[in-house]
Structures are given as structure tokens and as C-alpha cells.
Design a protein around this ligand. Structure first.
Ligand SMILES: [Zn+2]
Length: 505
């Protein structure tokens, strides 16, 4: 038996009144995040000034940092300040959020946590503690740019606040009531009723014009052994590509090259058309607003279809094979420019740049994430090979390295052993041959893969293993203490102003 985190995602059918409230809660969460970030940035600026002043008095920079005595405020301090300044329109007290009593306080609290996490992610990325893409200086959330979302945590008590009522309703908060689910919650309801699952938190977000609830549960589950079919099929290598969706080193249902389904391509075409239409509208016009809504909806539809396709692929792979090998996104790999450096210029810059490249990176990260947990569900293993292993330039039969293979060459021809094979298929075979198994089912590399909250918090099932399984208030658990910012300077206060949104839209 093992305890794993599992999210159940439901589309919601809120009433008109609930819809308004959801929008306001998301606005309040954004406001809370900006408030916390504002405090951090202000403290950061004071810190920088103080350090500079000490350095001007001929103190060493490292010494100055130790003695400046300014800490970046974290959630407890932020919450205290928020309570002191929020005001209350019931008593006529003016403040920054006098309407706060209409909003579940969890919306603010989890937003403060998110700001802590965003700050930590930036610091860790700066100091090289965090793997993956470089994380920028935290930005204020804007109504126009950020995703509408907020998170509620389960309350301790005999009747948990976050619970399914029957198969069709999800109780979120007394201020909101229970929201009807668009689809059935039967599977989750049964797990919770039997005591095998405990609800930890719910993240509510808007995609296009729809609202979704992602219910995070701690689930007690058996880790299955591979089936006879999986053992017989052994290991498969997967190469994601722009030409095909994926190339496999071994056939699945007779196919080694898997194409993107037609409906995904059609939806992408419709999106491109809608984006062109949007670009032709006048700023601030009613038509522009309408066109923007249409782009948002189509964008969401394309994302959903892509996700569905990847889900189908990842499930087929983990149920068919005992081991699935993919390319990994290595440390800092995603930012490595195709352009290279002045001393070592990159080759084939144009072909590597552009939209396809970033979509491919996103798809690869998502496939990696799905394989991470699905392998543990279905008794399979995950293996990865470094992203910069030259999988498409190496002969998968004899190991000869092609000196000038380009992206345009669809066929790999080996000068050593004479093998002729599809370029992506050759890559898939190399990935299968050179991948290293990822340790243990259910364990996840830091900074990527399974995360439990919007800002990439602690999420590996291993981190939660051994904890007692009942609803706990995870608000203050285990965030790492502040470290002094290094190298960077905070932006000037005039450069970054929070967007003016007060949660009441
Ligand atoms: Zn060869």
C-alpha cells in the first residue's frame, strides 16, 4: 500500500449567482497575491538600499547582507498586515479590502502562500537550487493576463467543508453553497465514502467560459505489479515530434508513428483564424471584446483537445509496456537558446525557434508529468534520457554519429552500416536504448512533474507519505524560511504597480 496524491477534476455547472461569486473570489485571491507580493518587493527595495548604504560605508557586500537586518515578509507577517489594513464596510471602517467578509478567508490565505512560493521559486532558480526553466522575478497578477483561480483548503472537523453531496454536487464553502457538477463524481465519492481517499484542497479555476474544480485527495492505493502483457512488451522509447505526435520504438496496435488526430489540427486552424480576426479589430471596441472571448474559448478548446490526446497516448503506453522511455527536460535546458553563443553559434536556428518548439517543450513536460503518475498506477516504470543526447543524429543500430543531420532530413541514413529509417523512429529507438530508469514509482524530481498547487509547491507523494490521513490545515506547513536575495536588484516602485482590481470586478 502507498499513499498518493490524486486530483479529480470536474467541470462545474454553477448558477448565475454562484458564477458571480466565483469570479469575485478569484479577484480577491488575485488581490491577496498582489498585496503579499507588494510587501515583499517593498522590503526587497529597502533591503537593497540598506545594503548599498552599508557598502558605501566600506563594508564588504557579503558582510552588509548579514548585517542589514531586513527580512522579506512571509505569510504570517503579510496576514497580520492585511488584517490591520483591510477595513470593514460593515462598521464603516475604510481600508484596502473592506468587502473581505464576503470572501472565504482561504482565498486570501492560499494567495499569500502562493506569493511565498513564487518568491521562493525565483530565489531558488536564481541560486541554482531549482531545476528546469529559469523563473523570473515575481510579477503582479492582472485581471487581463492571469488565470482566474483560487484555492480552498479543507477545514478540520467532523463534517469536512469540502465534500461531495451525492454524485452530482460539490460543497465548497458556506458562502457559496454546493455547486452542481457537470459530470459525475461517483468514482471520487466511492473512494471517500470507503475511507480510501481524503480531500485536502480544491482549486477552482476558469478556462474559457467554464469553471472547473480540481479536487486534490490523498488516496491509499496498491502499487500494482506489471502484467504479463507489459512484461512481454518490455521497454518502449517515445520521441515527440512536430511532424508526428509521437514516434515509438515498438509498434502499438501496429503503428510506430502516431499522428495528431484531425480534430486537433482543425481546432488549431480555427484558433489561428480567430486570432487573425482579433488582430484586425479596433482597440477598445465592442467587436474586439467579442473576438477576444472567442479566441479565449477556442484556445481553451485546443488546449483541452491536446491534453486529451496526450492522456490517451500516455495511458496506452503505460498499460502496454513495462517501461516507458522519454526525453527529459534537463536543468536549464528549456532556456538554452538554439542561437548558441558568440563562440559556439547554434545551427539551424530558424527551424528550432518559433511556436512549434515551445509547443513541443510544453507537450514533452506534460507527457513526462502524466507518465510520472500513470506508471505507478499501472505497474509500469518511467525512464528518461537527457534532452541533449543527440538521439536524432545517432544510428540506433551501430552508434555512428551523423555529422550534419538537419531537421529537414526526414530519413536517417547510416554511412557505417547502411541502415535507412525514419528520422523520428531512429530517435525513438535511441531513447529506448539510452534512457535511465527514474528511481521508484511515485517519486518525482524536484521542481517539475507533480505539483499540488498553482505555484509549484511541495507535491511529491513521497513528501506526504507517512503523514496521518485526515483533513489537515496545510496552510502553514513546511514552507522554507526566507533567504537573502542575491545579485538582483528589485524593480523601482514606479515600474511595477499592481493592477487596480478589487475583487468586486
Ligand atoms: Zn549504423
Amino acid at each position: 500500500m502507498a499513499t498518493v496524491l490524486r486530483a479529480f477534476k470536474f467541470a462545474l455547472d454553477p448558477t448565475a449567482d454562484q458564477r458571480t461569486k466565483l469570479k469575485r473570489y478569484a479577484g480577491a485571491a488575485r488581490r491577496g497575491y498582489n498585496f503579499a507580493l507588494g510587501m515583499k518587493i517593498q522590503a526587497h527595495q529597502q533591503w537593497r538600499e540598506r545594503v548599498d548604504a552599508l557598502v558605501a560605508e566600506r563594508m564588504e557586500e557579503s558582510e552588509a547582507r548579514r548585517h542589514c537586518g531586513i527580512a522579506i515578509p512571509r505569510k504570517p507577517a503579510v496576514y497580520k498586515e492585511f488584517i490591520a489594513t483591510r477595513g470593514d464596510d460593515r462598521t464603516g471602517e475604510d481600508g484596502i479590502a473592506p468587502w473581505h467578509h464576503q470572501i472565504p478567508s482561504y482565498c486570501f490565505q492560499s494567495a499569500f502562500n502562493d506569493a511565498d512560493q513564487a518568491w521562493k521559486n525565483w530565489l531558488d532558480s536564481l541560486t541554482g537550487k531549482r531545476a528546469g526553466r529559469r523563473v523570473g522575478y515575481p510579477r503582479f497578477k492582472s485581471k487581463h493576463r492571469s488565470r482566474d483561480s483560487f484555492r480552498l483548503h479543507n477545514k478540520k472537523g467532523a463534517t469536512p467543508m469540502l465534500r461531495l453531496e451525492g454524485y452530482r454536487r460539490l460543497n465548497l464553502h458556506t458562502k457559496l453553497g454546493s455547486v452542481r457538477l457537470h459530470d459525475s463524481g461517483k468514482r471520487m465519492h466511492r473512494l471517500v465514502a470507503s475511507g480510501a481517499a481524503v480531500v485536502k484542497s480544491v482549486t477552482v479555476s476558469r478556462g474559457g467560459s467554464r469553471w472547473y474544480a480540481s479536487v486534490l485527495c490523498e488516496v491509499e492505493t496498491d502499487l500494482p505489479a506489471p502484467t504479463r502483457r507489459q512484461r512481454r512488451n518490455g521497454r518502449v522509447g517515445v520521441d515527440l515530434g512536430t511532424h508526428h505526435l509521437a514516434a515509438l520504438s515498438k509498434p502499438v496496435e501496429g503503428a510506430v508513428l502516431i499522428d495528431n488526430p484531425r480534430h486537433v489540427r482543425a481546432a488549431a486552424k480555427r484558433l489561428a483564424k480567430a486570432q487573425r480576426a482579433l488582430a484586425r479589430t479596433e482597440k477598445g471596441s465592442a467587436r474586439r471584446k467579442k473576438a477576444a472571448v472567442r479566441v479565449g474559448r477556442l484556445y481553451h478548446a485546443v488546449a483541452l483537445k491536446r491534453a486529451t490526446t496526450l492522456h490517451a497516448l500516455s495511458k496506452r503506453l503505460v498499460t502496454t509496456f513495462a517501461c516507458v522511455a522519454v526525453e527529459d527536460l534537463n536543468v536549464g535546458g528549456m532556456t538554452r537558446s538554439a542561437r548558441g553563443t558568440v563562440e559556439a553559434p547554434g545551427s539551424n536556428v530558424a527551424a528550432k525557434a518559433g511556436l512549434n518548439r515551445s509547443l513541443l517543450d510544453a507537450a514533452l513536460a506534460e507527457l513526462r508529468r502524466q507518465l510520472d503518475y500513470k506508471t505507478s498506477w499501472y505497474g509500469s516504470r518511467l525512464a528518461v534520457v537527457d534532452r541533449w543526447f543527440p538521439s536524432s543524429k545517432t544510428c540506433s543500430a551501430c552508434g555512428w554519429r551523423h555529422p550534419s543531420q538537419t531537421l529537414a532530413d526526414r530519413v536517417f541514413v547510416c554511412a557505417e552500416c547502411g541502415m535507412r529509417v525514419d528520422r523520428d523512429l531512429n530517435a525513438a529507438r535511441n531513447i529506448a536504448a539510452h534512457a535511465e530508469p527514474v528511481p521508484g514509482p511515485g517519486t518525482v524530481a524536484p521542481g517539475r512533474g507533480e505539483t499540488i498547487n498553482a505555484r509549484g509547491g511541495r507535491g511529491s507523494p513521497a513528501a506526504l507519505r507517512g503523514s496521518r490521513r485526515r483533513p489537515v490545515n496545510r496552510e502553514d506547513a513546511g514552507l522554507i524560511g526566507p533567504a537573502p536575495p542575491r545579485r538582483s536588484n528589485p524593480p523601482t516602485s514606479s515600474a511595477r504597480r499592481p493592477q487596480d482590481d478589487n475583487g468586486s470586478e
